[in-house]
Design a protein around this ligand. Structure first.
Ligand code: CO
Length: 168
């Protein structure tokens, strides 16, 4: 989708009028003008999202955009490491969730692939935990526009693997 932004340019014109009649007066005039131009910026808004993750404990982006409604997210792990060592998932939360508190609970939930059952009410959706070369796709619904946190809940990954899903 193309969005049009109005961008203001500040132009500063400086004029010097030297040597008026008497020959010794220096006059300086500054004039400020503002003009507006339109600039087209490409912004990707898609309800069919692919996000990658890697062996360096990173997502490919920390910002996703979608329209309210059904949203499909595919998480790919482009690395080679196993999920027991460099596992990744994608967990998206209801607004207002304390993701650091969730991460602490998740670290104790190894038996359920770091998705703690006690915190299920905070989670909108999550992929399964995947290792290098794997992927998982989930579809969920968000009807309320807003900004939603997502993280990888593998222990320690929250420090780097987190982002915002902006729903318009
Ligand atoms: Co991870």
């Amino acid at each position: 989708m193309k969005r049009i932004f109005k961008v203001s340019f500040l132009a500063l014109a400086t004029m010097f009028a030297l040597q008026s009649c008497g020959g010794k007066t220096t006059e300086k005039t500054e004039e400020t003008t503002t003009t507006e131009e339109t600039v087209a910026v490409d912004e990707t808004i898609s309800n069919d999202i692919t996000i990658e993750s890697n062996d360096a404990m990173q997502y490919s982006t920390n910002e996703l955009r979608a329209k309210a409604g059904e949203i499909t997210v595919t998480l790919k792990h482009t690395g080679k490491m196993e999920k027991t060592v460099m596992g990744h998932n994608f967990v998206v939360f209801k607004m207002g969730t304390d993701i650091n508190a969730y991460g602490a609970k998740a670290a104790d939930a190894k038996d359920t692939d770091y998705i703690p059952a006690s915190e299920a009410a905070s989670v909108i959706a999550h992929t399964k935990l995947i290792g290098g070369g794997e992927s998982d796709t989930i579809t969920f619904s968000i009807t309320e526009p807003g900004t939603y946190d997502y993280i990888c809940s593998f222990p320690g990954h929250l420090a780097l693997m987190k982002g915002k899903l902006i729903v318009e």
